[in-house]
Design a protein around this ligand. Structure first.
Ligand SMILES: *Cc1c(COP(=O)(O)O)cnc(C)c1O
Length: 434
């Protein structure tokens, strides 16, 4: 026998070897031996056809086992907060906190006294510390739940005064007006789509008013002949102002000058601010409520608050995110285009060594997640023929890019640098004939 290259197909692992793998063997207990065997032979087939390296067959089979949870993907779309991809990825600190909190925790117990304590006070204290302008805070399951709780506790059977320019659809067909009216509150719409004045609000106020709602129209912009009334002016009307800022920025970010933040909104006079945890804050899905002590007390004592109660894993992730705010979301937002370009060039060069022709092109990344619609983030992408899009999307791990004018662009802004190698390997697994 020489030391010449062995035909890779000869190195495809045997079925019985694969079925003896601990993970695959365990899967036969739940899925049955036949289904696991079918998955294994599919992976072997891919290796025989050259779509997979023989030493990747086991991993491919494990990855193809039907799992009840969502699959992990690489986000090369250039959309920082992609709703279909789960918005903000958690930081390593938040992931560690979630894993640690998966067991028994003191989530509702004061260890010093042995008595029941306010649920999730560690995370709540961290949120208050991050926004000292808030008298008190509360957390529910998502931004929509925060609004529903506010509308129910503060305006059910009464009126919410809101500008016609702020009655937005938040996505997937869900509209704020319907959400608010589902609580039994009535909407008192004022102004027009493009212009609303303080006098419009003032004329609508009366004993039936629950609160004035200010919604940040986070996923679109109205330009031209427009006017809107800010929280500072609304706060002079003598009724509580609830501000849905959407994005979850706690303090101002110079990169996003048009995004309202919780601290400034409270200082402007809002009685209550609502926001999402998994947008610009970069934490878990959650609804943040920050505001006056009496308002927050009414919200958390309302019976509905129990139905919107947040999970201990969420509280763990939120607390860790607030303690260590250098989240992957922030890293992606503030990534230096020069450094991104170098990463893409390195990727192109290494793919070139393996005979794959790719180009390095400038790209425009966006915040996404219904946030900062006017902000364009200069970025760089690897450009491949469009035919790569589908196999990369269904590969393992799935790699998601953006098809622009017949080319697949893989924008590295939201890809952790440590995953560049995984992208390279994924591209090489697509049969190449270009
Ligand atoms: C995103 C958003 C919501 C909904 O928040 P979820 O966390 O997705 O429930 C509501 N209002 C505004 C202004 C938003 O941007």
């Amino acid at each position: 026998m020489g030391d010449g290259p062995v035909d890779p197909r000869r190195r495809v692992p045997r079925t019985d070897t694969l079925l003896a793998d601990p993970v695959l063997a365990a899967a036969t207990a739940t899925l049955g031996r036949e289904q696991v065997k079918a998955i294994v032979s599919h992976a072997q087939g891919r290796a025989r056809r050259g779509e997979l390296n023989p030493d990747e067959v086991r991993d491919a089979a494990v990855a193809a086992l039907p799992t009840p949870g969502p699959r992990v993907v690489l986000n090369a779309t250039g959309v920082v907060l992609h709703t279909n991809l789960g918005r903000a990825p958690l930081s390593p600190a938040a992931v560690a906190a979630v894993v640690a909190a998966a067991g028994h925790t003191d989530v509702e117990l004061d260890l010093a006294t042995g008595r029941r304590a306010r649920r999730g006070r560690g995370a709540l204290d961290a949120l208050r510390a991050a926004v000292p302008d808030a008298g008190a805070v509360h957390v529910v399951n998502n931004g929509a739940a925060a609004l529903v709780l506010a509308a129910t506790a503060l305006a059910a059977g009464r009126e919410i005064v809101v500008s016609r320019g702020e009655l937005v659809e938040i996505g997937d067909g869900f509209r704020l007006p319907d959400l608010l009216e589902s609580t039994g509150a009535r909407l008192r719409e004022v102004g027009t789509t493009n212009r609303t004045t303080l006098a419009d609000y003032a004329a609508a106020l009366g004993p039936q008013t629950g609160f004035v709602l200010k919604v940040h129209p986070s996923n679109f912009r109205v330009t031209g002949f427009t006017s809107a009334v800010g929280v500072r002016q609304l706060a002079t009307l003598g009724v509580p102002v609830v501000a849905d800022i959407g994005s979850g920025l706690l303090g101002a970010d110079p990169l996003l000058p048009d995004e309202p933040d919780a601290a400034s909104t409270l200082r402007a006079g809002a009685a209550l601010v609502t926001a999402s945890g998994d947008k610009l804050l970069g934490g878990p899905q959650a609804g943040l409520l920050l505001g006056d002590v009496e308002v927050i007390d009414r919200l958390r004592r309302h019976p509905l608050a129990r139905a919107l109660r947040v999970d201990k894993l969420t509280l763990a992730a939120l607390g860790a995110t607030l303690h260590q705010p250098d989240t992957p979301t922030r890293v992606a937002l503030h990534a230096d285009p020069g450094a991104l370009r170098e990463r893409v060039e390195r990727l192109r060069d290494r793919l070139g060594v393996d005979g794959r022709k790719a180009e390095v092109v400038p790209a425009v990344a966006v915040v996404g997640g219904g946030g900062a619609p006017g902000v364009e983030l200069g970025s760089w992408a690897l450009s491949l023929p469009e035919r790569y899009a589908a196999p990369l999307r269904v590969g393992d791990p799935p790699v998601l890019g953006r098809v622009v004018r017949g080319r697949l662009l893989l924008d590295l802004r939201c890809v952790p640098a440590a995953a560049d190698e995984a992208i390279r390997a994924a591209v090489l697994r697509v049969p190449g004939d270009d």
